[in-house]
Structures are given as structure tokens and as C-alpha cells.
Design a protein around this ligand. Structure first.
Ligand SMILES: Nc1ncnc2c1ncn2[C@@H]1O[C@H](COP(=O)(O)OP(=O)(O)OP(=O)(O)O)[C@@H](O)[C@H]1O
Ligand SMILES: [Mg+2]
Length: 296
């Protein structure tokens, strides 16, 4: 529009997956921080129903239609914004619990509790790790203002889960710039290095809950998704990589985004077929498996 306002016409919007939704929320926040204004207009009722929870976009949606179906039997999308490391556990816990509520009965080969735990524990681990990364590493190098947007999409039938996290922090290259594993000093090399077990910008400094950073959070999160027959994408700066850190990864150039973004596809049936704690033993310096205590 003519002044410094961006108007987003949502009339033709059918659905938004977690990653683009997080990116939109992050971008709108950046705009607001720079003094700009934005509004999302003409959002249709069925789309509002399908998106279910758009709290992160609330401030920008003109006359948001109220969702008529709080418990949707097709799919649900949960989105949260985290501004502070203290929120990480609660957000991870609540998202993981909500996703696990929808484990279809055909996947319950074991007891219901074992099945729920088989979903909640690996997802809780991933969500906590990803939020901690964004709210500690992402906030380094002069990006103390950074926030994280995290979203999960899940279905009451079938077993696909999509998870995404986007932050407007310093990005992988700034965080790992001086690390010897990042050569050349490019976004692609920094993303790949972040997925090498043991690579960390804080390898010897205990910043997160008095524990050392083992440099395993991203590696294990990726492995959980791949072991479930899922997939992983990571982006930062002008780089976007599918299956980062694997021999068969593929990188491409994108419109630059300073912070980091991660996108996961996970299959619930695959998740409950293995014990994610076993993944740690693959790595030479596994560090301590973090204790997990999730409440119901
Ligand atoms: N959101 C992010 N923004 C900027 N840099 C990041 C982000 N996430 C990860 N990194 C970089 O990638 C490195 C590896 O991340 P990873 O989660 O695997 O290990 P860690 O956080 O250092 O250790 P651990 O997760 O085992 O406690 C981090 O040390 C950091 O330099
Ligand atoms: Mg980490």
C-alpha cells in the first residue's frame, strides 16, 4: 500500500503449513520492530477453522472469524511464539502432549501409555532442543531481541506430523563463524556443520541449565525424524538444505533470511517403533541424555 503498511489479501488462502505460517509471523514481527504496519484481510471462515489457532497472527488479522470447531477432526495446527528460554519447556510439553492425543488406535500395538510416551518423549526432546537453540544461540552476536515461532500440524487419522521453527536471530553462520568445521565461511557450510555431532558454538561453556552443550541437539532431532521415515530441511541466510549433514543432502539458494528455520516431517507410526534414547549411543561423545519429565 502507499504508506508503510503492508496489506495481505488472504481471500484465496486455503491453508498454510507450519513453516510458511511461522515465517509470516516472524516477518510481520520484524516489520513491526522497524516501525512498519501490516494487516491480513479477507480471511475466510473455513480457513480460520482449519488453521484453528492463529494466536501468533492475532494482532494482524482484520476481523478474525472465530473458529467454530475447537477440536477439529481433520487436522489441527498449533502455533506458539516463544520470547524467553523459561517458556521453552512449557511450550514443548504442551505441543507434544497435544500431538500425542491424536495417535490413531491402529498404531497402538503396545499399551496406550507406551504409545503416548513413544510419541511425547521424542517430540518433547526435539521441541525443547529447537526452542533452546533459537533462544540461546539465536540470541547471540547482537541478536538479543530474537524470538522463536514454532508450529506443529497433525492429523487425527494417518500418521504425518509437520513441525517447524523459525527465529529472527543471528543465524547459523554468525553463530558458528569461527568454528573450524565451517569451511568455507558460507551459510551452506554453517548449516551442514551444525548437524555434525559434537559441533557447537558453546562446546565448553555451560549456558543451558548448567549443562555443557554437547553439540547433539540438531543431529539427534534430525535422526529422530529420519528414523520415523520422515524428512528434515534447514535454512539460514541464503541457503536451504534438505537432509542436512547427510551424504545425500541437497542445497539450494533462497531469498535470504537472517535467522534460522527448520522444517520436519515425522511419522508417528515410525516414532513408536524405536527408542529415541538409543540414537545417542551412535555418537562418539554422546554427553548425557537429558532427563525428560513430561506431565500429563
Ligand atoms: N537457532 C539457531 N540460531 C543460530 N545458531 C544455531 C541455532 N541452532 C543451532 N545453532 C548452531 O548450531 C550449533 C549446533 O546446534 P546443536 O543443537 O546441535 O548443539 P548445541 O546446542 O551446541 O548443543 P546441545 O544441543 O547438545 O546442547 C549450535 O552450537 C549453534 O552454533
Ligand atoms: Mg542445541
Amino acid at each position: 500500500m502507499a504508506d508503510d503498511t503492508v496489506m495481505i489479501d488472504a481471500e484465496e488462502l486455503e491453508f498454510a503449513e507450519p513453516l510458511p505460517l511461522c515465517l509470516l509471523a516472524a516477518q510481520l514481527s520484524n516489520l513491526q520492530r522497524l516501525g512498519g504496519k501490516a494487516s491480513i484481510e479477507k480471511l475466510r471462515q473455513p480457513v480460520a477453522d482449519r488453521l484453528e489457532r492463529m494466536n501468533v497472527l492475532r494482532g494482524w488479522i482484520e476481523a478474525r472469524p472465530a473458529s467454530k470447531s475447537p477440536v477439529h477432526n481433520f487436522s489441527a495446527l498449533q502455533v506458539a511464539r516463544a520470547n524467553c528460554i523459561d517458556d521453552a519447556n512449557d511450550i514443548a510439553n504442551s505441543l507434544a502432549q497435544k500431538i500425542a492425543q491424536f495417535v490413531p488406535p491402529e498404531f497402538c500395538h503396545h499399551s496406550e501409555t507406551m504409545t503416548r510416551d513413544g510419541v511425547v518423549h521424542p517430540l518433547g526432546y526435539m521441541l525443547t532442543e529447537l526452542l533452546e537453540n533459537s533462544l540461546t544461540h539465536g540470541r547471540g552476536k547482537g541478536f538479543a531481541h530474537a524470538s522463536a515461532w514454532i508450529a506443529a500440524q497433525y492429523y487425527s487419522s494417518g500418521d504425518l506430523i509437520r513441525l517447524a521453527i523459525v527465529d529472527n536471530g543471528c543465524g547459523f553462520l554468525k553463530s558458528l563463524h569461527d568454528h573450524s568445521a565451517v569451511e568455507p565461511k558460507s551459510n551452506v557450510a554453517a548449516i551442514r556443520a551444525a548437524f555434525i555431532p559434537g559441533v557447537s558454538c558453546n562446546r565448553s561453556v555451560g549456558l543451558v541449565r548448567d549443562s555443557l552443550n554437547a553439540g547433539l541437539g540438531l543431529t539427534v532431532s534430525r535422526d529422530i525424524a529420519l528414523r520415523s521415515n520422515g524428512a528434515v530441511w534447514a535454512g539460514s541466510g541464503d541457503a536451504w538444505i534438505e537432509q542436512p549433514g547427510r551424504e545425500e543432502d541437497s542445497a539450494k539458494r533462497i531469498q535470504p533470511w537472517q535467522g534460522s528455520m527448520l522444517n520436519f516431517e515425522i511419522h508417528r507410526a515410525g516414532l513408536i517403533s524405536f527408542n529415541f534414547r538409543d540414537l545417542f549411543s551412535k555418537y562418539p561423545h554422546p554427553g548425557e541424555v537429558p532427563p525428560i519429565s513430561f506431565t500429563d
